[in-house]
Design a protein around this ligand. Sequence first.
Ligand code: ADP
Ligand code: MG
Length: 398
Amino acid sequence: MNIHEYQAKDLLAKHGLPVPAGIPALSVEEAVAAAKSLPGPLWVVKAQIHAGGRGKGTFKELSHGAKGGVRLAKSIEEVETNARDMLGNTLVTIQTGDAGKQVNRLYITDGVDIGKEYYLSMVVDRATGRVAMIASTEGGMSIEDVAHETPEKITTIVIDPAQGFMPHHGRSLAFGLKLSGDLNKQAQKLGKQLYDAFMALDCSMIEINPLAESDGKLMVLDAKMSFDSNALYRHKDIEALRDETEEDPAEVEASEYDLAYIKLDGNIGCMVNGAGLAMATMDIIKLNGAFPANFLDVGGGASREKVTAAFKIILKDPAVEGILVNIFGGIMKCDVIADGIVAAAKDVNLSVPLVVRLEGTNVEQGKAILNNSGLPIVSADDLGDAARKIVAEVKKAA
Ligand code: ADP
Ligand code: MG
């Protein structure tokens, strides 16, 4: 789960990190009121969307859209004009894709006189099974280019969870950022605070870009944070920060039915039980020259309601030209699953080819139910057979 910049900064400030004052705003009036309660004389109006690259983004509706989603304002009037420009309009950045994202909230924050911009982030590093802190002297708006062109300017510090963040990690961080004197000390302290926040909040990623030096002080000027969704149950306050308007509507609906659904770019909808089987199904569709439209794991106890919901979610995607159901009846029985599939197919008025591969307990009864349903369901014997059949059906229908 991702959150907005202003929410991430609130959490980081609670863990002691230095964050400039700021107030979120949902309307132009709120933006003006927020600016008035900050000291000035420089403010920054920042679009709050779950995507980076806002500074270099453009607004679809504005002819002068090149001004971007992060703007400095030297007066309350400028805050007002910029807020009016952004709210309700669509911001397109390198991370949003061409469709862009509608800006529904702003963050009005103190303008900082930046000396230098640094980069600092933390992620879970799957290769080492530990968390890693990543830092660079080249912060700001082009960290992707730094990673490609001058990777030697990036320092990675891997931290052993049993040991925690040790003073030497802090020194490596400050050294990597080429800081001396008091700034060096500040970086060591900030690294420890960031690590503690990451662990305490069960984060999967924190990115501070830029971490800025201003008047001899390090400041968090931008923050992105994502959380391990498996740990959200123990952070009700963080769960409450979820902004569903930022998420794919189909993925939100799927999560209500406890289905693991991720939208992909292809045209073959997949309904599978078990994440491993779902991955294998996607692979074998690709092996047969087509592309999956989604990842969908209905889980172990796929009830009729769940199967129906899954069908509806798959079919809402206009790119779907055929569906492949691949279910292993282990805990569930194949005849129960077949009943669910037939009911769901009738319920949603299925209009695209459907190939079903069932395996496991009561598989013969399950296949009989599908064959006797009167629906144009193509039954398959194994995974390879199923993939070949759905690819052929979609080609035939095209
Ligand atoms: P994004 O990464 O989405 O483009 P940022 O919050 O990093 O958005 O803002 C882009 C740039 O705007 C920063 O690299 C920084 O130069 C400038 N900026 C951001 N916040 C402030 C601030 N509070 N004061 C001064 N400049 C800022
Ligand atoms: Mg940034």
